[in-house]
Write a protein that binds this ligand. Structure first.
Ligand SMILES: NC(=O)c1ccc[n+]([C@@H]2O[C@H](COP(=O)([O-])OP(=O)(O)OC[C@H]3O[C@@H](n4cnc5c(N)ncnc54)[C@H](OP(=O)(O)O)[C@@H]3O)[C@@H](O)[C@H]2O)c1
Length: 488
């Protein structure tokens, strides 16, 4: 095998290895390799950093580089800007590869030799872009082969969602992690926490004093969250049919959106304060098992790698409430699923409109104000208000004040760029800690336990009709997300 030696250097703080378990998989192709390219382009990678890929495929270092170069040039809807040769070369020159079975000690000895060969002393970050059932064996082998040793440079580990499949399994994984690493070495990644639009939600709330004083039960009627995808499960049947929509996106992305939109202000903008406030909020969420439905799109059972009698959800809708003084009695309605009419994720804060006001008898004068955080597409923050229609008659219509990103999802910095950079710098603010992930499962498990009945829905509809009852019982309606605003 062709050997590559990265220039030795004295300062161990500068020397760094990112070791990706599962470097030939889907996640590495779609997200990690493109994000590493972006980090090189933005000059954010430590100068003396090597990237070591691991997979079962027999590849030389050169072949892994050629493979990674192909990955960068393949069409990728998450990464659409042109690839510059000099940036790609800078990235590829850092790349090494070790082939072998993750379950076998031999692989770790090869890895230890390679890291020693390149650096006598190096910081190491292990990225687990492979199957969760392999984690125990990975941690064990890393320990036994001395690769977890921090005598000479720090060790960090990045673990992808899903963290467990319910509360007991998440607790077990957290205990396993804790038996090898300290919490400040563990980076549990939910890429939603790295989204620009969600991080901006915190800025919008806590760097401005305009709306924040109104975000409470005295002024808010209810909150709605829609997370709709206009495509089905594609080739991901094997994975998707083992989890379903609520576990795939509800347990993590949706709960993080609720937390960011409603958590109390942290004392300061640092890891512990922000994470603690998210966790505090998650613990206050009340699972309402009588306001919950699950759906499955027609045709799901014929999808590749899906069990013919699958009782798996591709849609869910529920109501929840926050058990604290600030939000007591304010319902939060959530709906999410696949093969819905269009791709849209948004949080709508609907303000109260009870008082008879000056124009409540005028045509169009009775609609509530809304503050909408549009996560995707047409990313932005929008305020809906009533405005007089120009003309001789006194009529009112809804208008929108909007802040729109000039970027689209494809050109906004990818969450993986942000999160990899944070992990490199040791910043865990936008990573999920052990207590937080357990609070998420504490909320989700009782809902999953109710997944006894599935309602089917037509592809292209807004889910099963029964989803309407969840909100209509309270005299409210689902808001059809607007395509009008922030589209240029
Ligand atoms: N794909 C996504 O967009 C996505 C998003 C969020 C989270 N995740 C999570 O990320 C993880 C990886 O997902 P994925 O979609 O990338 O899976 P994948 O495409 O099946 O890739 C799995 C990777 O693991 C390697 N691997 C598997 N068994 C191995 C073994 N015994 N020894 C050595 N290497 C082994 C494979 O290498 P070979 O190909 O050489 O066998 C491959 O590189 C999962 O936990 C998933 O839940 C994925």
């Amino acid at each position: 095998m062709h050997k590559v030696t990265i220039e030795n250097h004295k300062n161990m703080q500068e020397s760094f290895s990112l070791i990706i378990f599962g470097a030939t998989g889907n996640l590495a192709q779609l997200k990690l390799i493109p994000a590493l390219y972006d980090l090189v382009e933005a000059n954010l990678l430590p100068e003396k950093m090597s990237i070591i890929g691991i997979g079962r495929k027999e590849l030389s270092h050169e072949e892994f580089r050629a493979y990674s170069n192909d990955v960068l040039h393949k069409p990728n809807r998450h990464h659409q800007h042109p690839i510059k040769d000099e940036v790609a070369k800078n990235l590829l020159d850092r790349m090494l590869y070790v082939s072998g079975d993750i379950a076998q000690r031999e692989l770790y000895d090869k890895l230890a030799n390679l890291t020693k060969e390149n650096e006598s002393c190096s910081n190491r970050m292990f990225y687990l872009a492979t199957y969760p059932e392999l984690y125990p064996t990975v941690f064990n082998h890393l320990q036994e082969s001395g690769l977890n040793n921090q005598d000479c440079g720090y060790v960090r580990v990045i673990v992808e969602k899903p963290i467990g499949s319910d509360l007991p399994s998440a607790q077990k994984l957290n205990q396993l992690l804790a038996s090898y690493y300290k919490e400040d070495q563990i980076f549990r990644l939910d890429h939603y926490l790295g989204r620009e639009t969600l991080q901006n939600l915190l800025t919008f709330r806590f760097a401005n004093n305009l709306f924040e004083p109104l975000i409470n039960k005295d002024n808010i009627d209810h909150i709605q969250i829609t997370a709709a995808e206009d495509f089905g499960i594609g080739m991901r049947g094997g994975y998707y049919d083992s989890v379903g929509a609520l576990k795939d996106v509800g347990q993590n992305h949706i709960l993080q959106m609720i937390a960011l939109a409603t958590m109390e202000a942290p004392k300061s903008f640092d890891n512990l304060s922000v994470t603690n406030k998210r966790t505090e909020l998650l613990k206050q969420l009340v699972p309402e098992t009588d306001r919950l439905i699950f759906g499955q799109y027609e045709g799901y059972l014929n999808e590749k790698d899906v069990a013919k009698d699958s009782k798996n959800d591709t849609f869910f809708a529920f109501r929840t409430q926050i058990n604290n003084e600030r939000f007591k009695g304010v319902p939060i309605y959530v709906r999410a699923g696949k093969l819905l009419p269009r791709m849209v994720t948004e949080i709508a804060i609907v303000f109260k409109n009870e008082a008879k006001h000056l124009f409540s008898n005028v045509v169009g004068g009775d609609d509530p104000n809304m503050l909408i955080y549009r996560i995707q597409p047409n990313e932005g923050i929008v305020f809906r208000f009533s405005s007089k229609i120009p003309g001789p008659e006194f009529k009112i219509q809804n208008e929108y004040m909007q802040y729109c990103y000039k970027h689209t999802a494809a050109t906004l910095p990818d969450p993986y760029l942000r999160l990899l950079n944070d992990a490199l710098r040791g910043d865990q603010t936008f990573f999920v800690d052990a207590e937080e992930v357990e609070a998420q499962w504490q909320f989700i498990d009782p809902l999953i336990a109710e997944r006894k009945e599935l309602f089917s829905y037509k592809p292209g509809s807004w889910g099963p009709e029964q989803a309407n009852e969840i909100i209509e019982k309270d005299g409210r309606k689902w808001i059809e997300p607007s395509i009008g605003f922030c589209s240029f």
